[in-house]
Design a protein around this ligand. Structure first.
Ligand code: F6R
Length: 365
């Protein structure tokens, strides 16, 4: 049932404030203002020296965001890999390590194979899955469910932000257990997470602006997405969403990589979507935007009010998000990039919920 939406994807984008709220309710103790995980975890955060994360596609990009969080808030190094690469590389793993699989469907063949490899290597396997009765869930030592509800649109939207929600809670729990975060630090970060549903609802208000913008983007043969820090995985996710549903060729890059090659692509016809909340590395991204502007690139800047004011560059369009702590920006900034892909695809007239050549659950290798 699409409700009053034209596509499942639109419905699922709009459901995010609600389902992220449900997911938070499962992993946050709002009265104690702490994260809450099951007490009988089959691993001990304090004994880990690193974590392995494996997944495919959008789930992999959620894992890439989580790497920044685990390393920053828990000082826990993360090796993240695309499941199809990981499974054949036969990475040496020290016994007793933790491996986290991320999958909406819980049936992705490569992720399942990565899980089995990790088990064989004596890892404790945790999974972040949306389908609790799935194979990946059943074969894991511990399951951290996302509470996204069924996701019908082939392009993953609400599952992605619910994966981020669970992973953020895991990183904070790890940070607390490992003594990296004080109780006050944890409280501050939990408060920030608790605000996400409200921030997402506010972020959705840019939809009319994005719809108008999508009309021009639909005419572009290519698009480039740039971001730094946790906005880098989001740039990759923005490009993935756009190409899979609108069939426009798109690439995501770490903004700092621009001068190492992709800058050669920039001319007056190239839309460059820059994801840059006003955070510690904002100024660095501004220099990258200046490089783009100097070559006539058409900048679409997604930032907050402070960033919009501080960006000393001529952007063709600025999409202003509410202001929020840096920790939660990937959750909220996911929405404008989903909306941009969605409306562009609608203008192109593609089959948004069932894009060509794609299946919701990739059970073949
Ligand atoms: C992109 C998308 C895919 C999936 C990938 C993994 O929008 O939906 O990239 O994220 O196929 O699927 P799951 O999460 O079911 O393992």
């Amino acid at each position: 049932d699409k409700g009053n939406h034209r596509h499942f994807m639109a419905k699922e984008i709009h459901e995010q404030p609600e389902v992220v709220g449900h997911t938070l309710a499962r992993y946050i103790d709002f009265t104690g203002e702490t994260t809450k995980l099951p007490e009988d975890l089959p691993f001990d955060w304090t004994k880990l020296s690193r974590v392995v994360i494996c997944a495919c596609g959008t789930a992999y990009l959620a894992g890439l965001v989580a790497k920044y969080w685990f390393e920053r808030y828990a000082r826990l190094p993360v090796d993240i890999d695309i499941a199809s690469e990981f499974r054949y590389r036969e990475m040496p793993l020290d016994k007793g390590g933790l491996a986290i699989m991320i999958s909406q469907s819980g049936e992705t063949a490569d992720t399942l194979a990565a899980l089995r490899y990790c088990k064989g290597e004596g890892q404790t396997v945790a999974s972040v899955v949306n389908v609790p009765e799935s194979t990946i869930a059943r074969e894991s030592h511990v399951v951290f469910p996302t509470v996204a509800g069924p996701e019908i649109g082939v392009a993953s939207t609400k599952a992605f932000t619910c994966q981020l929600t669970v992973l953020a809670c895991l990183a904070l729990a790890a940070g607390r257990a490992r003594g990296v975060l004080s109780p006050d630090d944890e409280k501050t970060l939990v408060h920030a997470l608790a605000e996400v549903p409200r921030l997402m609802a506010a972020a959705l208000r840019v939809e009319p602006q994005i719809e108008a913008l999508a009309k021009t983007l639909a005419k572009a043969p290519d698009a480039l997405y740039l971001g730094r820090g946790t906005s880098y995985p989001l740039a990759l996710e923005g490009a993935l969403k756009l190409k899979e549903i609108s069939y426009i060729h798109a690439e995501g890059y770490a903004a700092g990589e621009l001068k190492h090659g992709p800058i050669a692509l920039i001319d007056e016809t190239m839309p460059v979507i820059v994801i840059a909340p006003h955070d510690q590395i904002f100024d660095k991204t501004v220099s990258n935007m200046q490089e783009v502007a100097a070559r006539g690139g058409r900048i679409i800047l997604i930032t907050d009010a402070k960033g919009a004011e501080a960006a000393t560059v001529d952007a063709a369009e600025t999409i202003v998000m509410p202001s929020m702590p840096a920790t939660v920006t990937p959750l909220v900034y996911a929405l404008p990039i989903q909306l941009l892909a969605y409306h562009t695809a609608v203008f192109m007239g593609t089959d948004v919920d069932q894009p060509r050549n794609l299946a919701k659950s990739v059970t073949v290798e």
